[in-house]
Design a protein around this ligand. Structure first.
Ligand code: FAD
Length: 332
């Protein structure tokens, strides 16, 4: 088969407990943009047990065709049957591009599938684009410990495969007038494909914070001074019903848990409002928050680089300013 026989963009849709994961919808948004540039269609593949009902939702989010592999064996994620099923879908559909979320499941599944179909995989991408002339997918990801951004192409094999970090792409608006094709695929799974036994499923703590989903984030930097000094920040977060996040300096100092770190080696966030308090604006931090809708920065130094990405800057002591803002909100 030659490279030109591969057509279209295929997004792997991750569902957990029959809930479509946000990253998959984000990838449909990006996939649509890539498919349009290539002049091809956008397909989605969803797998699981009793999940056919979810297919329509994917059409509302931009998929023109949804391939469904609905099988009892796929009730819970297990590496072997999922790898076999996705490999079968790719071998049948022959997409030019395959996108998978860089979640714990995606990071397990995508490399195995790429090895089986003898193509390359660029993992953990933060930027995707297409060079229309060559049809190369330009897959950009942090490299050398996050010190450079590398753009990688897969010139000699198809499909071009990439896993993409949650939170970096934008999903399309849900449009219930959209129509598409839903195709059920028999991936030829047999009982022995499930070569592990699941003894117990321990559900993630629902109260666990997910700063990627927060509408408002108040983010602490080293300039807050100490864990104790962060009290005004927590008080404002209560008033605004915001989540608290931080720079790596704050995480390294033990003032916040690692799951709250924003940036290149933390999480990529895109809240409606991001308030950076005592954060200098190092490139590795900015990479994780610059797409926020509105950025307010509080820093005691006039020339802190965070002001370059802020929509509104306040020069002064962060603790004092946070306390004043909280007081004003309580009065109003
Ligand atoms: P600092 O750079 O020390 O800045 C503190 C700021 O607070 C200063 O601008 C200062 O003017 C201001 N300030 C001081 N006192 C006050 C006060 N009373 N009121 C108001 N402002 C005050 N960083 C991340 O955040 N996320 C990452 O994911 C990340 N990944 C990295 C990956 C690599 C490979 C490397 C090399 C670095 C990474 N970093 C990351 C670290 C990054 O380079 C910076 O060191 C870090 O972001 C600095 O954190 P900060 O802004 O809180 O602290």
């Amino acid at each position: 088969m030659s490279l030109v026989d591969y057509k279209g963009v295929l997004v792997y849709i991750e569902q957990r407990d029959k809930e479509i994961q946000k990253v998959s919808l984000e990838l449909l948004g990006k996939g649509k943009e890539i498919a349009d540039k290539l002049g091809e269609g956008l397909s989605a593949v969803i797998m699981g047990n009793d999940i056919t009902g979810l297919a329509q939702e994917l059409i509302y989010h931009g998929a023109e065709k949804v391939i469904v592999v609905d099988d009892k064996i796929l009730e819970n994620f297990a590496t072997e049957p999922y790898t076999k099923a996705l490999t079968a879908v790719i071998n049948q559909e022959k997409p030019e591009v395959v996108l998978v979320g860089a979640t714990s499941i995606g990071r397990d599944l995508a490399p195995r599938v790429s090895a089986r179909i003898h193509t390359g995989l660029t993992a953990d991408c933060t930027v995707l684009d297409v060079e229309e002339e060559t049809r190369h997918l330009l897959m950009t990801r942090p490299a050398f410990g996050g010190n450079i951004m590398a753009t990688i192409i897969c010139p000699d094999h198809r499909p071009q495969m990439s896993t993409v970090r949650p939170g970096v792409m934008v999903k399309l608006d849900r449009d219930t007038s959209k129509e598409g094709e839903i195709v059920l695929l028999d991936a030829g799974l047999v009982a022995s494909d499930l070569n592990i036994e699941i003894l117990e499923i321990v559900k993630e703590d629902k109260k666990k914070v997910n700063i990627e989903d927060a509408t408002i984030l108040i983010s602490a930097g080293r300039g807050m001074g100490s864990k104790e000094n962060m009290e005004p920040l927590y008080r404002l977060s209560e008033e605004l019903k915001a989540e608290v996040s931080g720079s790596r300096a704050v995480i390294d100092n033990g003032w916040l848990d690692k799951e709250r770190q924003v940036g290149q080696t933390g999480k990529t966030v895109r809240p409606d409002l991001y308030i950076a308090c005592g954060i200098s604006g190092a490139i590795q931090h900015v990479a994780g928050m610059e797409e926020s809708e509105l950025i307010i920065a509080i820093n005691k130094s006039h020339d802190a680089p965070i002001f370059d990405v802020a929509d509104l800057g306040i020069v002064g002591d962060a603790s004092k300013i946070l306390a004043l803002v909280t007081e004003e909100i309580r009065k109003s």
